[in-house]
Unconditional design. Structure first.
Length: 285
């Protein structure tokens, strides 16, 4: 794979940021092939940037480039920044229970080369999907929630995750993870919620929607935090429904939304298109 580098930046907005970044990269032989930026306010706002550059002809090593960028540009502009390379794939783990539609969508897209990551394994609290997952050549591990409860299950899952997991995707994993389990993976756990958050949080949102007689249903992909269904939102979508829709009809329509919304959010995360800012996200599509 021809290496492409991606640089994401968050810093206080002020004149000269774009010039400083692009001048530095040009001086080291980088060819910028994509650049996007956003400021929350032209005076005193926060500045966000994502850029990609062609990396083969950079004149120093990657470690030296990172150190030099921090010294020359990053520190000068008080930047929070991250540099990644496309030939070092993210390592992802997918968690699932029994509903398979979101997981199958992710595995199918990965098999087609649309999700740039290494899927280390799928972990489930049930055995139901083992054959389907292993059919994609992906390792499957079952960690049931037994008599020891979620604490014991989380200990076993943490062992499977190891220290090098870059992303955890909850592809309809129907258990609540503790704050202690989530803490090492801040802004690296993505969940799909079968509702258009912040409406109908918690359990059984389609029944809640049916009882309210809604005319739109939706799905929300978000980063997971210790507060249930309250993390920064990455992507959402909706579908129009009518009074003729039963709860089953809502679930069927919602399932299509869930799998596509989650797939888009995971893809954008893997492509380093998402910057978290407080409880919001900036997504450079």
């Amino acid at each position: 794979m021809t290496p492409i580098a991606r640089l994401r930046i968050t810093c206080p907005d002020r004149p000269g940021i774009v010039s400083a970044v692009t001048t530095f990269l040009h001086a080291h032989g980088a060819n910028i092939i994509d650049l996007d930026q956003h400021s929350t306010d032209p005076e005193g706002g926060t500045f966000f940037m994502r850029l990609e550059f062609f990396a083969p002809y950079v004149d120093i090593s990657r470690a030296a480039l990172e150190a030099a960028f921090g010294d020359v540009v990053g520190n000068r502009f008080s930047m929070d920044w991250r540099l990644t390379f496309t030939d070092v794939p993210h390592k992802a783990v997918f968690l699932v229970s029994r509903h398979d539609h979101c997981l199958m969508e992710l595995l199918w897209r990965h098999a087609r080369g649309e999700l740039p990551c290494e899927i280390a394994r799928v972990i489930s609290n049930h055995e139901d999907l083992r054959a389907s997952v292993e059919g994609f050549g992906v390792p499957f591990a079952c960690v049931p929630v037994g008599d020891g409860g979620m604490a014991e299950a989380e200990t076993k899952m943490a062992e499977l995750l190891g220290n090098d997991t870059d992303l955890i995707v909850l592809a309809r994993y129907m258990r609540i993870l503790s704050a202690d389990f989530l803490r090492p993976y801040e802004q690296r756990v993505i969940n799909i919620h079968h509702s258009f958050l912040p409406a109908f949080v918690g359990a059984d949102p389609y029944r809640q929607a049916h009882e309210k007689g809604v005319k739109l249903i939706g799905a929300t992909a978000h980063y997971v935090t210790a507060e249930l269904d309250a993390g920064p939102i990455i992507e959402q979508d909706t579908a129009r429904v009518t009074h003729r829709f039963s709860i089953a009809d809502l679930k069927n329509t919602g399932s299509d939304l869930e799998r596509t919304v989650l797939a888009r959010a995971v893809k954008w995360h893997l492509e380093d298109r998402v910057i978290v800012f407080g409880n919001k996200t900036v997504v450079f599509r």
